[in-house]
Write a protein that binds this ligand. Structure first.
Ligand code: HEC
Ligand code: HEC
Ligand code: HEC
Length: 134
């Protein structure tokens, strides 16, 4: 084979490697856009103070732990009410409390979970309020 043909093959290989690895290096340093979370629900619209059970940043980091604790305490110990740090009282319930305010599960819980790639398996048993209404 002639010299310049080897050159073309080498060039082709270089281009190929760059293209195939593109998804890995092109995203470096950039952050993909955060999902838009919607708080547009009737229950949240009625709140005087737009607050979750606890502070927003605490909820963001710890809602899974809260739910786990709520389940254990409600089901095993029969303690069905939770007093928040600022004294408000909530029923320890996934569908009855979280999804009462966040009744737009798809535009809220699901959006964030899809983004981070978590799939809570709670809803094979727990009802999603909107679905019940239908
Ligand atoms: C296999 C079925 C099943 C799955 C899956 C399941 N649960 Fe439950 N859960 C129950 C049952 C049954 C109760 C008892 C209902 C009661 O006593 O009010 C309960 C109660 C609860 C309670 C307290 C009562 C209430 O109204 O919510 C919480 C909180 C809870 N589960 C959270 C979760 C979370 C979070 C997940 C997912 C990580 C989950 N559960 C997955 C069956 C399930
Ligand atoms: C009384 C209504 C209400 C209840 C009940 C409630 N939330 Fe919230 N939640 C809100 C509001 C309002 C915000 C937004 C607060 C803000 O703007 O800072 C929020 C914020 C959040 C956030 C943070 C979102 C973000 O910006 O990153 C998470 C996560 C969350 N809620 C999960 C839950 C879970 C899980 C439950 C049940 C344990 C729950 N919420 C119960 C009203 C509620
Ligand atoms: C701002 C993003 C965000 C929002 C909004 C959000 N979650 Fe999550 N959720 C997460 C992340 C991240 C995890 C995984 C945490 C981990 O793996 O440690 C998670 C995990 C969970 C888990 C535990 C799943 C498991 O299999 O262990 C439950 C249950 C849960 N979320 C319920 C909810 C509910 C109900 C809502 C809506 C009311 C909600 N989350 C809204 C980010 C969010």
């Amino acid at each position: 084979m002639k010299q310049h043909q080897w050159g073309m093959i080498a060039l082709g290989l270089v281009v190929f490697v760059i293209l195939i690895t593109f998804p890995f290096w092109s995203g470096k340093g950039k952050t993909s856009p955060q999902p838009t979370l919607s708080f547009d629900t009737p229950a949240i619209a009625q709140l005087q103070e737009k607050r979750c059970v606890e502070d927003t940043s605490f909820m963001r980091d710890n809602h899974m732990k809260i739910l786990g604790t709520w389940r254990d305490e409600a089901v095993r110990e029969g303690k069905r009410f939770y007093t928040a740090r600022n004294g408000r009282v909530f029923e320890k319930s996934l569908s009855g409390t979280c999804l009462k305010c966040h009744s737009n599960k798809q535009q809220f819980c699901d959006r964030c979970h899809n983004y981070v790639g978590v799939k809570p398996t709670c809803f094979s048993c727990h009802s999603i309020p909107e679905e019940v209404k239908k």
